[in-house]
Design a protein around this ligand. Sequence first.
Ligand code: UD1
Ligand code: CA
Length: 478
Amino acid sequence: MGWNITQDSQLGIIILAAGLGKRMRSAQAKVLHRVAGKPLVSHIIHAVQRLHPERLVVVVGHQADAVRQACDGADVRFAVQPQQRGTGDAVLAAQPAFADWQGQVLIVCGDTPLLTTATLAGFVHDHRTTRATVSVLTARVPDPADYGRVVRTPDGRLSRIVEARDASAQERRITEINSGIYCVQAAFLFPALRALRPDNAQAEYYLTDIVAQAVEAGLSARAVVTQDAGELGGVNSREDLAAMEHTRQDQLRKKWMARGVTLEDPQTVYFDEDVTIDQDTVIGPNTQLKGRTRIGARCRIDGSAYIENCQIGDDVHVLFSVVLSDSQLADRSSAGPFCHLRGQAVLAPEAEVGNFVEVKKSVIGQHTKAKHLAYIGDAEIGRDANIGAGTITCNYDGFRKHRTRIGDRVQVGSDTTLVAPITIHDDVYIATATTVRRDVPAGALVFNPRQQHTREGWTAAKRARETDKQAEKKDPDG
Ligand code: UD1
Ligand code: CA
């Protein structure tokens, strides 16, 4: 999608992602914490990339390698801020990447996951059309909390930004907040940053101070008020993170409903950012759709499902209460209730896996059924086979995993153990309660000869003996 930005000068973007995020109380850098399954920093990268900047620089510092990895695949350059000395110092760290730069620089923080491309595009457009030196995106909010306050002159012009902890009581009552998003002429930006002084409560170099510098120099500094304050929310604490997650989940629920997916109880369905679902799929309550899960059309997910990185075809029925991960369910297959597919389990079309069945790294062939109580690991099963209740593939000998191959139309009787490596060819019948240790040729019956012993009248005799013993205990002298 392209955004119509006046192309009078180049656009560079700096994302600040070097901070530790003390208030998160975490061993992990703040921008690595996730909303809708994606690190905060990748949310903002996604939003700014669609502005098609000529240059995109992410400033890293704290846990730099991990943050770089979280930006994996994105066309970005990195700048390193060795010590986290404040937001102004962070932007200065990106200067080498802008040595030859003439245009405008959009600065955003790595911790604002809800920001949209549309809002940023409007802001950049405003900055360019008004030919401002510095523009800052602001919002009026009922509870300005810890955000920087936007101080204006009596006639309403931008004067400076003051951090909450440096603000006077009167300034703290200001309800217009700094979003931490700026658009600045590069020619002004970097010299202004070098003039910053850390004379504030945190002894940090505040990026916000460039506003007062521009005003004092008689340059044009503008505060652009956005109506959609919700988008500007930054994550500073776990509570903020939960609030962003909540908002993003609501947005994703609306998005999928708008695209023709029924959510029976929307508030209890959770989406990761990269999940996709086709039309007329119905999703029941308590469903979590994670990672790169794709769900086709006209599927039914009954509910209480945890589905991660799965490819689900069309007309698939996922019955109540399942865990499905890294697996494929082809068209018209079904899984559940109470089953676990993992590690590249594949259900071919019309395959059915049911109650208390675990499938790992196995292919269940077309129209094959394993409907009750089974463990199928490292197996390939052909089509139209039936796997009886209590079937176990013994795939692990304590050292290595071994494969089980089962052909087409094989009937595996209940309580069968298949000791891998083993091949059961087509059209085999395995009798109930068989331990299969050697390959079975096509069309054979296989069973373990076990004699059945029947002792008539045994139960009554046993009960009589036990009753006598109890009577002796109670009355030893008889
Ligand atoms: C900042 C603003 C505040 C604004 C708020 C909006 C300053 C001084 N304050 O405060 O006015 O209302 O954002 O969300 O700018 N970072 C670095 N290196 C550093 C420090 C921070 O890269 O040395 C990065 C952080 O990783 C983060 C971003 O800059 O992504 C903002 O830092 P943060 O500490 O969250 O600033 P706030 O206190 O929220
Ligand atoms: Ca912040």
